[in-house]
Design a protein around this ligand. Structure first.
Ligand SMILES: C[S@@+](CC[C@H](N)C(=O)[O-])C[C@H]1O[C@@H](n2cnc3c(N)ncnc32)[C@H](O)[C@@H]1O
Length: 353
């Protein structure tokens, strides 16, 4: 049996995993990439080649996020989506001395690893606190920490590369795995169960609403033909069904439909829009006068919500200023990290009275 992570060994030491061929292919075989602290040089080589090491999340648009949030010494920051802690670390460095960062994440598997990494980087409990919490509960976290309101708040929505890359989490068609997709595997139902439960009509509506899928009706019919238990079954059913219905459909278009299908299921399984709506409602009370918020979204359903909430807040004088246009990643970042190309960044500044 492959160990998930060599450091999971009870003795703290394992043999080098054996894999066929010269290079590891499976996620659990990539033990060097999964241990960047130990195999720093190998990981640097992978990064320099423009690839993202397995189990690593590259923070997106860091410079642009910092420009919107303007963190400075002594301030209280919140990272609503701690993930691998890339943005958090950049903010933590700028709120010193005297500042703090509260990091939230729903994922109980990655959160302790990120917390350990940030501790190892020198951020003690007086500067960094991690909360296993949905950002819908941000007001509770602030109350628990005795913070009346934060100076800056970041939300970088969606899932991290660590979650996507891990076949055990069942997020991506690129890896064979049980179709789970829960960011918090101890709550809610796996995507396979949701698929078995919802009606065809509801599924079509969900594909349309959560991912603007143009073939929503057909894909809903395909996915309701029998039990769908794995990521590869979704991939196969959608591709075969689309090929039969539209023989001239190009492969990239089909891949996009598979991706959108999985995205729509993920959003439903994790009730992502409800959490985002709750966060947007609570932001005005959670931000100090003059406080800044930045939100990175990855598809139109998210961006629409953020844009509407910021503009409504601006009209109501809750926000003194909001982003007129979305900010996008540079060409250079898009080349180095494909995930950046769909990112949209919006910001708002809380009014002072
Ligand atoms: C795109 S990643 C964030 C990456 C992070 N900015 C970094 O630099 O590594 C999104 C993270 O947000 C978490 N997440 C998504 N929705 C959440 C929610 N409603 N509440 C708390 N965490 C959430 C996911 O579990 C994931 O770890």
């Amino acid at each position: 049996m492959a160990l998930k992570n060599p450091s999971d060994s009870p003795q703290g030491h394992t043999r080098r995993p054996r894999y066929p061929g010269r290079n590891p292919r499976g996620f659990h075989e990539r033990y060097k990439e999964l241990n960047p602290e130990k195999y720093h040089a190998d990981v640097e080589k992978i990064l320099a080649s423009g690839k993202t090491p397995a189990g690593t999340h590259r923070p997106i648009m860091v410079a642009e996020v910092l420009r919107c949030l303007q963190p400075s010494a002594g301030e209280v920051a919140v990272d609503c989506t701690l993930g691998g802690g890339g943005h958090a670390r950049a903010i933590l460095e700028r709120v010193q001395p005297g500042g703090r960062l509260l990091g939230l994440d729903v994922d109980p598997l990655e959160l302790p690893r990120t917390e350990a990494r940030l501790r190892a980087a020198g951020f003690g409990p007086e500067t960094f606190v991690a909360h296993h919490m949905n950002f819908a509960g941000l007001p509770q976290v602030l109350a628990t920490e005795g913070v009346a309101a934060a100076d800056l708040i970041l939300a970088d929505l969606g899932v991290s590369s660590m979650q996507l890359d891990n076949p055990d989490r069942g997020f991506s068609y690129k890896h064979f795995g049980q179709l789970d997709m829960r960011m918090n595997p101890s709550r809610g139902e796996p995507a396979s169960r949701l698929l078995a439960r919802v009606s065809e009509d509801k599924l079509a509506a969900l594909l349309d609403e959560n991912a603007d899928e143009p073939h929503a009706d057909l894909i809903a019919r395909l996915l309701k033909q029998g039990p769908v238990e794995t990521t590869h079954e979704v991939d196969r059913l959608v591709r075969n069904g689309l090929t039969a219905a539209f023989p001239s459909l190009a492969t990239p278009e089909m891949k996009m439909s598979v991706r959108r299908t999985l995205q729509a299921l993920r959003i439903a399984v994790n009730d992502e829009f409800s959490a985002l709506d709750a966060l947007l409602r609570s932001l005005p009370q959670c931000l100090a006068p003059g406080g800044r918020v930045a939100i990175l979204t990855f598809h139109s359903g998210e961006d629409r919500r953020v844009k509407k909430a910021f503009q409504a807040g601006y009209r109501a004088d809750v926000y003194a200023d909001v982003a007129g246009e979305v900010i996008r990643a540079t060409m250079e970042e898009n080349r180095a990290n494909r995930r950046a190309s769909s990112a949209k960044l919006r910001w708002a500044v809380r009014a002072t009275d």
